[in-house]
Design a protein around this ligand. Sequence first.
Ligand code: GAP
Length: 452
Amino acid sequence: MTKKNEKENSLMDKIVSLAKRRGFIFPSSEIYGGFASCYDYGPLGVELKNNVKNLWWQEMIRTQNNIVGLDSAILMSPKIWQASGHLTAGFADELVECKECHKRFRKDHLEEESKTNCPDCGGALNEPRKFNLMMKTFVGPVEDEANITYLRAETCQGIYVNFANVLDSTRVKIPFGIAQIGKAFRNEITPGHFTFRTREFEQMEMQFFIKPHEADKWFNCWKEARMKWYLNLGLKKENLRFKEVAKKDLAHYAKRAVDIEYHFPEPMGWREIEGIHNRGDWDLSTHAKHSGKDLSYFDQDSKEKYIPWIIETSAGADRATLVFLVNAYQVVLGGRTTTTESTKEAEVVLKFDKKLAPIKIAVLPLVKNKEKVVKLTQKIFELLKAKYLTHYDEAGSIGRRYRRQDEIGTPYCLTVDFESLENQDVTVRDRDTMKQKRVKIGELVDYFKEKL
Ligand code: GAP
């Protein structure tokens, strides 16, 4: 490993450690020794991830006129997975096993790293064999063939099988989209890189139903729109790129695919965070064929009847959350705390976009042993917490409290001091500019309305 890699590798380790220490992401089942590659979102993590999902939902459902939402079940008829191609070779990775240490790896991952032997012990590898990624389970008390079903491997199948229901129950017309957020499961051979690749994860998928000959237009439109979403939420432009998926690597359903990739700290490097796919008429045609139900669309204006094509945007909610966390992480050298205690030590600041920040405001009494100051601070806390997720913190020096809030990315810290009692105002400190401003207590709600 190069010196640069070692440094950047430890950066990812630092982010993982901060995520645990401050309650963003915990390893699953820790008191029982852990459960490989599964994670739980802590008090701050769940807020961050909910913000990611809400912002995606808002973008899809609220800012567009022609996209509707759906929440389909995780357990579905196994016939769906037969029809979609997920139970056959289409949804299988090639697995190789080390003859010495018996660890298993994805063949394509080893190829990407130009490895022909076991990356762990150097041993020779077995011939590759296919490994299906569907997670099998049984429905009901009898564990036999007839009761097998699968945890969904992608949320979009729930959308395709409800296409006719949505058409019949709403007034949507082509072009239109159906959006869904929900859990998906894949029995990944090599999960890893923290929450980047796990066996249980959440997807944010939108399927846009179009006229077949308009596929290129809508593909490009959604590709640009999705990139813009990440940029508008503060991802650094130099860390984002499109990657055209080579024909030979296309998923069984795709006619064309472009990934949005983010440059994670080494050794991860460029990795996919979202895929934009032209799925042609594969999904509706195959479900029409296997279910016997007509899934074509009749255009009232042109009197045409056709199977719509689908442009899909498929993002991972966990990957997006991880990306926003990594992107926000900054280390600055001392002096941010602007108090007598200010040091030149490295300080961590999570510079989240304000819309993403889990806690929006921290309310801090300058001292905790003056009853009037504490009472006024608590009153302000009650006022603000009704509108924004707000922290109250009186423990430790004001400098330490600022640092604690910087470390979790709180955009505003509000300090109540002795002057506040007389002037009915407080100091508001901006996380990014470090500027401090006195704001009248009566004007606080309006002040934050403009900022948050
Ligand atoms: N419906 C299309 C589809 O599922 P995909 O490229 O397999 O396409 C889409 O997955 C997105 O789902 C990925 O870009 C990624 O963000 C997320 N994703 C897929 N597998 C994942 C895993 N094992 N762990 C976390 N996120 C995953």
